[in-house]
Write a protein that binds this ligand. Structure first.
Ligand code: CAA
Length: 260
């Protein structure tokens, strides 16, 4: 598939997916979400990619939400189908075996905030702004915002953001746990690449199993969650990287992981 609305590249095991509609502040229209789906499905089966970074083009916006101009004339059935389409793609992002980092370089509104919440964690530039403005447009959040934002920041802050439709700045997003780090915009990609490379140096299967255990665990009770953890913990002992990691420790050298 030829991409018109996103950019995708891979360097040193780090995939970079950039939403690239800067004139529309990277708003998500159907074509963009379809391209994201294609890209994410390719990342899922590419074991050369250890970490995926998602960001927006330009210095103003990560993603300013779903494309309002495209949504304006939808009827209820079309609105529901559009919501399910976006939800499914964001769930595919959440379920990617590799960790996904959102590098939030500006507005993360509506579907943009929801996209960031489908990522494993978020770093933001100082100019970033977050919000769920949907109720001001006469709709609810539709790409998972009522569910994932609540799980990231808790019910009180999620409800305040969603009911008011207001925006918060990067520092406030940091204070409520929506973003892990806030940095000057010029440094954002360097700081994100640094953490992505740190993750990419570790044993890939162990990183991916850790992600699966955390994500499966938040949707079930702790007893079920830790029994899943016991299974993935045990499975890691079947990998060459476990032998390499522990062997390197004993031999006082750096491990050379192969992802096997
Ligand atoms: N959809 C379509 N176009 C959008 C857009 C969106 N979500 N956000 C911005 N744009 C377009 C604007 O229409 C404008 O295009 P034109 O030049 O052709 O008029 C261009 O991007 C630049 O935007 P502004 O001139 O508005 O820029 P600004 O700096 O004055 O304001 C902003 C920035 C506050 C982000 C403002 O653009 C805005 O409020 N955007 C909409 C944000 C929003 O409501 N998002 C939620 C969408 S609903 C949703 O996401 C549902 C869901 O859960 C899936």
């Amino acid at each position: 598939m030829e991409y018109q609305n996103i950019l995708f590249s891979v360097e040193d095991g780090i995939g970079m997916l950039t939403i690239n509609r800067p004139k529309a502040l990277n708003a998500l229209n159907a074509a963009t979400v379809a391209e994201m789906k294609d890209c994410v499905e390719k990342v899922a089966v590419n074991s050369d990619i250890k970490v995926l970074v998602i960001t927006g083009s330009g210095d103003k916006s990560f993603v300013a939400g779903a494309d309002i101009k495209e949504m304006a004339t939808k009827n209820p059935a079309e609105g529901r189908a559009w919501g399910i389409f976006g939800q499914n793609v964001f769930t595919e992002i959440e379920k990617l075996p590799q960790p996904v980092i959102a590098a939030i370089n500006g507005f993360a509104l509506g579907g943009g905030c929801e996209l960031s919440c489908a990522c494993d964690f978020r770093y933001a530039s100082e100019n970033a702004k977050f919000g769920q403005p949907e109720v001001g447009l006469g709709i609810t959040p539709g790409f998972g915002g009522t569910q994932r934002l609540t799980r990231v920041v808790g019910r009180g802050y999620a409800k305040e953001l969603i009911y008011t439709g207001g925006m918060i700045d990067a520092q406030e997003a940091h204070r409520i746990g929506l973003v892990n780090k806030v940095v000057p915009q010029a440094e954002l990609m360097d700081v994100v690449m640094k953490v992505a490379k740190k993750i990419a140096k570790n044993a890939p299967v162990a990183v991916q199993m850790s992600k699966a255990a955390i994500n499966n665990g938040v949707n079930c009770d702790v007893v079920t969650g830790i029994s899943y953890e016991a299974e993935v913990f045990g499975l890691c002992f079947a990998t060459a990287d476990q032998k390499e990691g522990m062997g390197a420790f004993v031999e006082k050298r750096k491990p050379a992981f192969t992802g096997k």
